[in-house]
Design a protein around this ligand. Structure first.
Ligand code: AG3
Length: 276
């Protein structure tokens, strides 16, 4: 008998993955959490029926949400990840020699515990001495911190359930206040093919709060629409002015990100330009 996992996008589109093993399933305080082994993409973490990450393609997302902002900022020392309990962004962050402190603010401690157990390749840096984990609501946490971080990354789920507030202008204002005077932030902002209704207002809200706003893209085969967007809000630094010799240095330890990708990720197709 064949076992398949289906991620439903809406009532018109679904993606299916052949499963070799269903390793774990639980209802946490916040969401349903599943870990499966897929034949195509290896082990997969699923929250509320939505693919969060897989062993085969996680590097694209985690490198792009981390290295693009960390190279845009000339000297990031203190950073925060909101969400991202699997630890993939943290693993990339601590590759940067300038980093002194990385804070992970994840609302659901069970995501962290299950990632450590089932996805050690992704969660491997969560015990690094530079990392502090806060199992808290990121929206409330960020309000308590003013003028604190060089870079903030919002590694959220889709804007449903606990992540809804992470796509709102009030949250971006708190992120602005939590950043130092030359700080910048990046959020994952969904698919230009399937989530036009999300990208447009989200980008608009970020540009009302930050003087510099940019959208960049990467190809992620297990996210719907495959072409995925990230939005950056910055107080001072522009990604096109980044010192790409630092990108070259980090690229000895990446599978996707390099100086050419840093530049080309900001090249937008016309239909995406029209969205923002
Ligand atoms: N953040 C989730 C991206 C959203 C994926 N959406 C979807 N499959 N419909 C990724 C968490 C990885 N750290």
């Amino acid at each position: 008998m064949e076992l398949w996992f289906t991620e439903y996008q809406n009532n018109k589109l679904a993606y299916g993955y052949k499963i070799s093993k269903h390793l774990h399933s639980e209802q946490t305080k916040f969401q349903r959490l599943d870990v499966v082994d897929t034949e195509q993409f290896g082990r997969m973490l699923i929250l509320d029926g939505i693919v969060m990450t897989t062993i085969e393609d996680e590097f694209v997302y985690h490198e792009m949400i981390s290295h693009v902002p960390l190279i845009t900022h000339p000297n990031p020392k203190k950073v925060a990840v909101i969400g991202g309990g699997d630890g993939g962004a943290i693993r990339e962050i601590i590759k940067h020699p300038s980093i002194e402190e990385a804070h992970l603010i994840e609302i659901d401690g069970r995501v962290i515990e299950n990632s450590k157990k089932y996805l050690p390749e992704i969660a491997c840096a969560l015990d690094d001495p530079k990392v502090t984990i806060f199992v808290e609501d990121g929206i409330e946490f960020i309000k308590k911190n003013k003028n604190t971080y060089d870079v903030i990354m919002v590694d959220s789920t889709d804007p449903i359930g606990p992540a809804v507030g992470l796509f709102k202008k009030e949250f971006y204002q708190s992120v602005y206040d939590a950043l130092k005077e030359d700080g910048l932030f990046v959020a994952q902002t969904e698919s230009p093919f399937l989530n036009k209704d999300i990208i447009k207002p989200t980008y608009q809200a970020i540009s009302e709060v930050f003087p510099i706003t940019r959208l960049y893209l990467a190809t992620i085969p297990t996210y719907p629409g495959f072409l995925w967007s990230f939005s950056m809000g910055s107080k001072k630094y522009k990604p096109e002015d980044a010192d790409l010799s630092r990108a070259e240095a980090i690229a000895s330890d990446t599978k996707y990100y390099n100086p050419e990708i840093h530049r080309s990720a900001f090249a937008l197709p016309n239909f995406v330009r029209d969205l923002i």
